[in-house]
Design a protein around this ligand. Structure first.
Ligand code: ZN
Length: 259
C-alpha cells in the first residue's frame, strides 16, 4: 500500500559551478550549470514536499548578496528566473505553500532550504545529525540561517532510516553533509523511486562511484553512493537526481507528473 498518488518534479533554478564541485577529480577548467530540483507528492495524507529550493530573496536583497554571493564566496550566484519560482509552480498545480502538510528536507544547504519560512504550519522532517550541525556554532559553507533558524517552525527530528507514511521512507545517506537523507518512494504506476538528493549530483557519481567534490566525510559519501546503487539494483527503482543537468532534460517536469 502506498499513500502516494502523484509525484511532481519542480525545477527551481540553476547553480553555476566548477564541475569539480559535483565530480571529484574533474578537469578544473570545466564550469557547468546544474539544476536545483524539488519534489512534490500528492498523497492520501496531504501534500508532501521534498526539499524547499533556493529563495530568490538571497539573490536580490543587496545585504544578502554581499553576505553570501560576493566574489570570493559563492560566485557567480545561482539563477532563479520567474519560471523557476516554487510558488508559481505550486499555483499551476492548484495549491500554495499553506497546503503543504509535510516538508522533508534532505539537508539544510541553501539550495534546499529556501522556502521553509513559507511553510510554518508544515511538519518539517530532518535528520537529527543535520539539525544539530546546522544549528551548531561550527563555521559552515552554504548554510543560510535566515532560511531555517526561525521561531515557530514545526520540526520533526528523526534519527536514521524512518518510514514517513505508507510508500515514503527516509533513508540516512550522510557524506555530502553530516546528516543528509534521501527518500525511497512507492508510486502506484511507476513503482519504486529513489530521490537521491545530493548523494551524487550527476549520474556518473553513481555509475562510476565518483565522490562529490563537496563532502563532509569521504567514507560516508562513498558508502551512501554504494547504498543507493545497491538499493537500485535490488528494487529496479528509477532514480531522480536533484542536480543532474542532463537527466533533468529527460524527465517530466511539473505540472506534468508521475503516477
Ligand atoms: Zn544541493
Amino acid at each position: 500500500m502506498t499513500a502516494i498518488k502523484r509525484m511532481f518534479v519542480l525545477l527551481c533554478g540553476y547553480e553555476i559551478l566548477p564541475m569539480t564541485v559535483s565530480l571529484r577529480g574533474a578537469d578544473p577548467r570545466f564550469i557547468v550549470s546544474v539544476p536545483i530540483c524539488a519534489y512534490l507528492l500528492d498523497t492520501s495524507e496531504g501534500w508532501v514536499l521534498f526539499d524547499a529550493g533556493l529563495d530568490s530573496f538571497h539573490l536580490t536583497d543587496p545585504d544578502q548578496v554581499s553576505r553570501y554571493f560576493s566574489p570570493g564566496a559563492w560566485f557567480p550566484p545561482p539563477v532563479v528566473k520567474p519560471v523557476h519560482e516554487m510558488e508559481a509552480q505550486l499555483k499551476a498545480i492548484g495549491i500554495g505553500f499553506e497546503d503543504i502538510s509535510v516538508l522533508i528536507l534532505s539537508h539544510l544547504h541553501a539550495d534546499h532550504s529556501g522556502h521553509i519560512k513559507r511553510m510554518r504550519e508544515a511538519r518539517i522532517v530532518i535528520q537529527k545529525v543535520e539539525y544539530d550541525y546546522a544549528f551548531s556554532d561550527e563555521p559552515k559553507i552554504a548554510y543560510f540561517p535566515e532560511d531555517y533558524d526561525l521561531p515557530g517552525l514545526n520540526w520533526q527530528i528523526i534519527d536514521g532510516d524512518t518510514p514517513i507514511m505508507p510508500g515514503i521512507e527516509a533513508i540516512f545517506t550522510p557524506g555530502h553533509t553530516p546528516g543528509h537523507q534521501s527518500l525511497v518512494l512507492d508510486l502506484p504506476v511507476t513503482g519504486k523511486v529513489i530521490l537521491t538528493a545530493d548523494v551524487g549530483d550527476w549520474i556518473e557519481n553513481f555509475t562510476r562511484e565518483i565522490l562529490p567534490g563537496s563532502a563532509s566525510d569521504d567514507d560516508e559519501a562513498i558508502a551512501s553512493i554504494r547504498r543507493i546503487n545497491a538499493l537500485q539494483r535490488e528494487t529496479g527503482a528509477e532514480m531522480f537526481l536533484t542536480h543532474d543537468p542532463v537527466l533533468v532534460q529527460k524527465i517530466k517536469l511539473a505540472p506534468d507528473f508521475y503516477e
